[in-house]
Design a protein around this ligand. Sequence first.
Ligand SMILES: [Ca+2]
Length: 589
Amino acid sequence: MIATSSLILLISLRCFSQGAHTEIVISASDIEKAGTSIPASEIGEPVSSVVLYPARWVEGSPAYAVVEGSIMPVDPQGWPINFRVLLPERWSKRSMQQGGGGMNGTITVNEGPNPMLGKGFALYGSDAGHQSAGMRFPGAPPVKLLATGPTQGNEWALNEEAIRNLGYMQMKKTHDAVMVILKRVYGAEPEFNYYVGHSHGGREALTVAQRYPRDYEGIISNVPIVNFSTLMLGPALIRIQEIPEENWIPTSKVKAITREFLRQTDHLDGLQDGIISNYVAARQIFNVHDGIGPRDPWAGLRASGNADPGNNDNSDPEKLSDGQIKTLELSYSSYKFTNPLANGVTSFGMWTPTPEPAGFGMITNTRYKGQEGAGATAPIYSNMGILGVTGFLMQDLSANPLDYVEGGKYEKRRQEISVWLDSTDPDLSEFYKHGGKIIMTIGAIDNIASSGAQMDYYQSLIKKMGRKKLGKFARLYVVPNGNHGLSGRSHSQNGNGETVEVKTLAAPNSSQNMDMLIDWVENNRAPSKTLVIDKKGNIGTNCQVEGYLLCSYPNYQKYTGGPTESAASYKSASPGSVKGGGKFRSLKK
Ligand SMILES: [Ca+2]
């Protein structure tokens, strides 16, 4: 029996060279080596046990093995982490951990054809340590859960271990379990391990660079929800501001607000095209807390004598009351905390000037329970991240999120969950020393993830690491007018109020983005700090195409003359002033 399995090992583990890397080839008979459990001592964060289910072999091109497991909590009343790893027949000694989305709750890696498997990557991911029916398309078949916690409702959001798993521990636990499986099945650990994530997964990717820097050689963090604990509260802060009816901005004001943003910011990039490319300067105008720009950026919309023009006033030009302008100032200025949160962060970046100010429910016609004028049957305010307010913060799933008071009775809990959930640590020295490379990309007008918070994190990285060192291992790209999906489009009217042809800005191709990272990590070929994205999203450096410039923060694409469709008509330019002082201060009235 021993002789037979040794023979299989010899036959199956044929090693041969492909390019710079050694490839390891396995067959169906190797999958038993995964085993049925992993000792808790092999996992770098506390767990009670790791259960592995019978491994399966999937024929196809490429063929691959599937190993699934559950990482059991220390808390007997806690929730497991379910995970899955796909092991390709021909392994290039690379692996990729795939980040989650929304509030997570489903395993991020699915069986089926995947181009990364074809490239010889082992792929793995988890459900982050709670089990949710969410994030599935309507009509999709129900997900069969590997293991479940004491309930299948939202009660996990009250469990400390489950919250900390979501915040950071699940990434480490999943990583460590998968490394054991790879070693057992292939006989080796990967030479190159990657983390790739978007949105919540982008935050996870940032978190591993901050907390587990030696585990990863390459990281892609797209539109990360950096200040997770405050982002969940952010939309509620706007609704709290709107508790007095006089502060409420109904959707009838959207056109006027859009027009005002464009009037003051479209031209800052040298072109009246309905695209706010100079996002830093634009933000400085409307952020009333940074000491830069005009004291009253909304003066042009302010009704004289605070006469309430009425919510159904669609006259042109339409005016806003002082209360409504206070709400806009809150939405588009840094939100100062009573006490600093994790990593000494003192404020949350909120949102940035945008031609789409109503996106993701930022402006709503609904009055919610607890707001002045709300009817007896008014709904309780809710959004995608609301469990982070009612569950994590208020520790009462039936609480009204609008009862939150800054610096009030939840202050201690704010501090506690911020440490678990926020990926705001700007010190990436260990990741840099390890030789890691990270590519981050955000959209300049992301209503979901808060572009302001992301830009603040970029700025903190520059301050902490220094531009020169940062340039050696990190790229911080910003898609002009880009949304949470990293694509953008111009508004149909420019800053002069003239109708312009709507121009689309394609999201950078994610597969090419990954190839760019691999080339940096494995061949030390650094990506350009200014990239050209063509109309199909292809990433390049040739300006002689129709498309736009993907610049590194804080730079933006400045129009220099020529056909507006051509990337050659723009250059990467500095916004003038980022930190305050400098020439932009002249805007102050
Ligand atoms: Ca413009």
